[in-house]
Write a protein that binds this ligand. Structure first.
Ligand SMILES: Nc1ncnc2c1ncn2[C@@H]1O[C@H](COP(=O)(O)OP(=O)(O)OP(=O)(O)O)[C@@H](O)[C@H]1O
Length: 314
């Protein structure tokens, strides 16, 4: 199947600074694909190239089979771009704002444009706000009006920079449903965020970028695996005194930050599932009466904080 987004060896330099470093990525059609990374990772620079707002230092971007820098006009019809915190004019009503853009896109006659505006308002659940002044909208409603504007020309590839920032949980859920519906019609959504858990719940797959480089991509679980964050917190609840078990655990290099509270031992563990199973087996062989063993994996936010911290250190 032809990829909806095909980025090959993309590089973006600002003077001596490399903002995007040899990025290669493909996204199949119909995906809601997330791009996550800390501040300065290169997300916006990547989006600006994909959406033809900036030429890269080198590399290729092919959207739905169209090389964006060889056929700019066709590429622009394929793309719908919603920048981070896109402004809306204060002196237009919602309907007027959308009709203005429908006319700018040349979307049929006046009646056809009205119909399309109505469809897009419906899509973002803002039909009841169409006669409001844009300046009267809340931040979440403004985001949705801009999304409606982005959908007007039926883009096959939607590029959304931080669309969920400032949205409350309900609005995020609505956005997620709207994006899934769009993807079900065959559109491809490429969406960025700093918040990995937010993308994990919104996207069918995602990638993590840091300092211009791609660190991992795939489903949320695959990304977790690729980043090698097999760090977890384990709790052993014992039916006996913890002395012997504590000593035995402390002698393992994969165990750290061990704490004992009553009959409970809580410790950090770095290892894969096999190593964890060996640890449990070892405890039982030791004769430790183990009542339960609990596991808390690092959250997605922990993973991203780790990525950002490594970034600062190096
Ligand atoms: N016009 C520019 N001139 C010089 N450096 C720039 C320019 N635009 C971006 N940069 C730098 O390139 C790097 C990547 O920026 P970019 O905006 O692409 O990151 P980002 O992942 O979108 O960050 P954020 O999450 O903070 O929006 C940053 O270090 C930034 O300072």
């Amino acid at each position: 199947m032809r990829p909806a987004i095909d980025i090959r060896s993309l590089r973006v330099d600002y003077g001596d600074f490399v903002a995007v470093d040899d990025l290669t990525l493909t996204v199949p059609p119909g995906e809601v694909f997330g791009l996550v990374g800390p501040n300065g990772a290169g997300k916006t620079s990547t989006f600006r190239v994909i959406t033809t707002l900036m030429e890269p230092t080198y590399g290729e971007v092919i959207l739905d089979g169209v090389d964006v820098f060889e056929d700019l006009e066709t590429a622009r019809r394929i793309i719908g771009y919603m920048p981070d915190l896109a402004p809306v004019p204060s002196d237009l009503k919602v309907q007027e704002f959308l009709e203005f853009h429908a006319a700018a896109y040349g979307l049929g006659n006046r009646a056809q444009r009205r119909d399309r505006v109505a469809e897009c308002l419906e899509e973002v659940a803002l039909t009841d706000q169409r006669d409001k002044w844009c300046k009267q909208l809340s931040r979440g409603q403004t985001q949705r009006v801009v999304l409606a504007k982005t959908l007007l020309h039926r883009p096959r590839v939607l590029v959304l920079d931080e669309p969920a920032s400032g949205l409350d949980p309900l609005a995020r859920r609505d956005l997620r449903s709207a994006l899934r519906r769009l993807a079900a019609t065959g559109a491809t959504v490429f969406i960025s965020s700093h918040i990995l858990s937010e993308l994990a719940e919104m996207c069918t797959s995602l990638c993590v970028m840091n300092r211009g480089k791609l660190l991992a991509s795939g489903t949320a679980e695959e990304v977790r695996h690729q980043l090698g964050t097999n760090e977890r917190i384990l709790t052993a609840n014992l039916l006996c005194k913890p002395g012997e078990a504590r000593e035995w655990l402390a002698s393992h290099a994969s165990v750290h930050d061990l704490q004992v509270e009553g009959h409970q031992i809580v410790f950090g563990f770095k290892g894969d599932d096999d190593a964890q199973a060996d640890l449990m087996e070892g405890l039982i062989r030791l004769g430790v009466r183990l009542r339960s063993f609990e596991e808390k994996r690092s959250s997605f936010e922990d993973i991203l904080v780790e990525v950002a911290e490594n970034n600062r250190r190096s």
